[in-house]
Design a protein around this ligand. Sequence first.
Ligand code: DLL
Length: 433
Amino acid sequence: MIWNPEAECATREHRRRMQLANLKNLVQRVYDRVPFYRNKLDAAGIGPRDIHRLEDIEKLPFTTKDELRETYPYGLLAVSRAELEEVHMSSGTTGTPVVDAYTGRDLAAWGEGMARTLSMAGAGRGDVIQNAYGYGLFTGGLGVHYGAKAIGANIIPMSSGNTQKQILIMRDFHPALLACTPSYALFLAESAREEGVDIRALGIRAGCFGAEPWSENMRREIEEKLGLRAYDIYGLTEITGPGVSSECEAQNGLHINEDLFYPEIIDPATGRVLPEGEKGELVFTTLVKEGTPLLRYRTRDITLLFRDECSCGRTSVRMHRLFGRTDDMMIIRGVNVFPSQIEEVLIAVEGTDPHYQIILERGDSHLDEMEIMVEVQEKFFTDETRGLEVLRGKIEGEIKSKLGISARVKLVEPKTIERSVGKAKRVIDKRKI
Ligand code: DLL
């Protein structure tokens, strides 16, 4: 079902007219209310009165993740704090979170975007939705929740983890739709099999999977093992969360909610806007966001946009499933982590050397496993082995408490890790996705 035909099937001309009106309004709002943007626009020599056509957006400066970090916590707020109803956050490169703040209207728009996503996957009123995305600061749990409420579904707010319970609920409540990361979907299938539950026979019709990279191969495997149709859904905390774009039944590209988020593809090296169909970095302008609106936010995600007619009848531009990123961000069990964050933890622990390697694997369990190999000073190897054990425990504890993820730490002797003449190869990603 098409949730909002007026918005999703609008003619190109109508949509562009609305986008231009909202863009003008947005530039005026951030100019008037966000000193950060006023300074940036003044420095670029452009003001609200210079936006006459949609293409004028190319004159506006970009916003980067570093700038979001530098303005933490409320530097980009375009409303008074009293108007806020919710905040979400994700971690940035140095651990300073990136904040997204929502007014009541922002939450309604988020629910609207996610209502479209869930409808595309065939969910509707009264359908049971098992939501196994994490609830909390992460946007996955509440994003799906608001969408499910908007369509009148019966939501089971499971949150992530607790696998046995997830299987029990699935077996007893027969959800029509499952929402979680794609790797967790495979893990659930595997665990159910071990418990003697035939997940294929439960009648789950569809799954909304995203928040981490996956592939057509993984889609086939998920569809086969869970007996459902697997849909790719995309979004990021800075731009509201999930519900930015999602696949319809054609499973051929993700429809972008263009009335809410204006997409561009740029050459990441020059910042030049690329013609439709070319691969580059995805940039979004939040057309109607009130709390923390963003001009031309560089996502660092790589994709391409296309506008071929879609058999579903929606007219919105589509993006190809992501090809990768322009930076070294890793997504480990849905948590975004930069190698630099791990390095910071290692450097702060006495006894380690700044030589390390991160090895990522996805074993039989289908869940991400991270091993960190780190060189420690010679003296630890001459000492009794207890010293090594203490050090290892300390690093693992620090990683868990600072980054919220578990890692296996392997301490090795000096000069064990291969030295490189150029850029050190910090991450070896053996995950087959
Ligand atoms: O992952 C929001 C989300 C929740 C999306 C639930 C889908 C489902 P962040 O934690 O801020 O937000 O991470 C955003 O994750 O820039 C991409 O690199 C990656 N990502 C998100 N969806 C996909 C996807 C949420 N479908 C970052 N395929 C983004 C590949 C994805 N990567």
